[in-house]
Design a protein around this ligand. Sequence first.
Ligand SMILES: Nc1nc(=O)c2c([nH]1)NC[C@@H]1CN(c3ccc(C(=O)N[C@@H](CCC(=O)O)C(=O)O)cc3)CN21
Ligand SMILES: CC(C)C(=O)C(=O)O
Ligand SMILES: [Mg+2]
Length: 284
Amino acid sequence: MKKKITAPKIYSMKNKEKIAMITSYDCPTTKIVESAGIDIILVGDSVGMVLLGYPTTLEVTVDDIIHHSKAVSRCSQYALKVGDMPFMSYQTSVEEAVKNAGRIIQEGGMDAVKLEGGENHIDKIKAILNAGIPVMGHVGLTPQSVNLFGGFKIQGKTAESAKQILKDAILLDQAGVFAIVLEGIPEELAKVITESVSCPTIGIGAGRFCDGQVLVFHDMLSIPEPCYFKFVKQFENAGEVMKNGVENYVKAVKENEFPGKDNVTHISEEILKALKDKGGLKCI
Ligand SMILES: Nc1nc(=O)c2c([nH]1)NC[C@@H]1CN(c3ccc(C(=O)N[C@@H](CCC(=O)O)C(=O)O)cc3)CN21
Ligand SMILES: CC(C)C(=O)C(=O)O
Ligand SMILES: [Mg+2]
């Protein structure tokens, strides 16, 4: 079996080996991504949009993250498991932030937490690290600020915004995070950040020069249908494969082809005779 991956191991992978990270919110997905050799599993707050049908990630609660984290941690063998801190679980105070990070570790079975922000939340990040919990940073297009941005819009396109994102990443690195997700920023900015911090950067819609990449499992596999975000690539059309399978099932039921002779259990002639002798329903 593969050796367990720790936060310090991820930190040490910078400039050695690219880091592959993906979301998982349940047991079968965890087994699939681990059998494929993934380094980091993220129980992302994207679960709200991808699995639960919410329009943004803002509706997701700590209990939601813990519920899905439990499923993932029960079935995980070796990957580093990171739990996303949802909206309002760390923004309000240092105490709330440490308490909720602790719950995601203690109840959810995660190895580390991720939270969105830089300079604005550095006090919470330092306190969580002080509690002994590894932290992954997340800057750029931080989806929990969707209403502030006016939509899921690429960040860091002006000099002022790019400078702030670089500053945020440097402050996170200095605070001691083991990696930083760079989301939705121009690749030139991602390259400057990657060269300016000692921890690895993990990109999503941040170009080609990060130390690793992260994608939502369902997006890259086109479940339920192809995802047209520019930063997503279709690595397989699993949605189509799944749909075909269910179509085959529906057709087989309608046409009396399923269940077939291999899918059934029999009783002996003797027991069948006894059943009929008793007169069927009259025995009740
Ligand atoms: N299924 C899924 N995949 C994700 O990657 C994801 C979620 N959900 N939910 C939370 C956030 C939202 N995400 C997004 C969504 C859109 C863009 C994006 O690039 N949107 C447009 C706007 C660009 C602009 O105008 O600046 C684009 O052109 O692709 C980026 C990140 C990433 N996260
Ligand atoms: C897209 C990744 C980075 C994320 O935060 C999530 O899945 O919630
Ligand atoms: Mg998230």
